[in-house]
Ligand binder design. Sequence first.
Ligand code: ADP
Ligand code: ASP
Ligand code: MG
Length: 401
Amino acid sequence: MLVVHKYGGTSVGSLERIDNVANRVAKARDEGKDLVVVVSAMSGETNKLIEYAHHFSDNPAKREMDMLLSSGERVTAALLSIALQAKGYDAIAMTGRQAGIVTDNFHTYARIESIDPKPMQEQISKGKIVIVAGFQGINKDGSVTTLGRGGSDLSAVAIAGALNADQCEIYSDVDGIYTTDPRIEPNAKKLDTISYDEMLELASLGAKVLQNRSVELAKKLGVKLYAKSSFSDNEGTLITQESNNMEAVLVSGVVLDKNQARVTLRGVADRPGIASEIFNKLADANINVDMIIQNVGSDGLTNLGFTVPQSELENAKSVIESFATDIEGMDFDANVCKVSVVGVGMKSHSGVAAKAFSVMAQNNINIQMISTSEIKISMIIDEKYGELAIRTLHEAYELDK
Ligand code: ADP
Ligand code: ASP
Ligand code: MG
């Protein structure tokens, strides 16, 4: 049996914790499993390196950032390998490049293009435990690239796919996927299983327990994915195909995303092509636009609202300012958050959205924007009510039961 383990920043956050991980890997080895272990940088390390770069420059070159940030994962991979060797286990640490991971050229947010399984397979066949530095690969020019924040999850899933592993286990400080972030709602309940699609929505809507691109890839490659804790032996959550029985569950979880900013454009010229011009310019500036709302125009004018990640608000402002002649006025609000309700059961049941709006009404929370898909409802509200909204929605859908 070949298993891929991935240990996140908190799980390898100190030398004691790396030792704990080494013991867990050793135990799996003693059970006779072949293992590839993907590791993150020690917690706080990536942020510290970003701060170091900003000491010298507000806008450091992305290629150099990748060179810098990829070092965090190398440290952990080497230390874990050394710890395992000290316990008498045969282990070998590899960088992304050594593990055969090739990406595109998009520094700091690269996509994996291919993985050559041979270098890892060769080591496995020699009986070694392969430890891979997560979050990184190389591009065709041979420069180191990184895969975006939380990208070690993606490394693990991609490696599991390339090696045709039996399963991929993602270890963090929570023992699975909960109905909401257990740090916000202590009554949150752990799910035994969740569908790829629901997990993808939860991850994309702000539940950082799994990186969204890793869930997308797991679905595409059919990788059997588990979320587990590195601090306990509890059963984790299996992320899998949707089953008939899952549809009986109306709502699986609620999510809070505080990293949102709202942009509202007033008196926008109501003519064909305007939306295309605005959103193409935002896309050219690499701004990730999320919710978009436009109303029917009158007197040749319309209003247009959308949200962007808070870190991209300043950028969005300057793009929009270049449209001065087509837009009468605009306002920006960084003090908003997005609360979302996710569940495959929504496909076949009505009233789920109405209930969410009632909960907001009972709490006197004003909904600024709404968007829906087949399996989710998202609302933009004042940031200060975010946690209250999550707790009351969690109760209203009886997720604590
Ligand atoms: P790692 O550093 O190991 O990658 P993360 O910090 O990225 O781990 O993810 C784990 C965290 O995700 C948990 O500490 C938890 O607070 C948060 N989280 C948010 N939403 C959920 C959820 N629905 N279920 C479980 N954990 C969640
Ligand atoms: N160290 C990287 C980050 O903090 C990647 C990861 O942990 O998955 O985003
Ligand atoms: Mg993570």
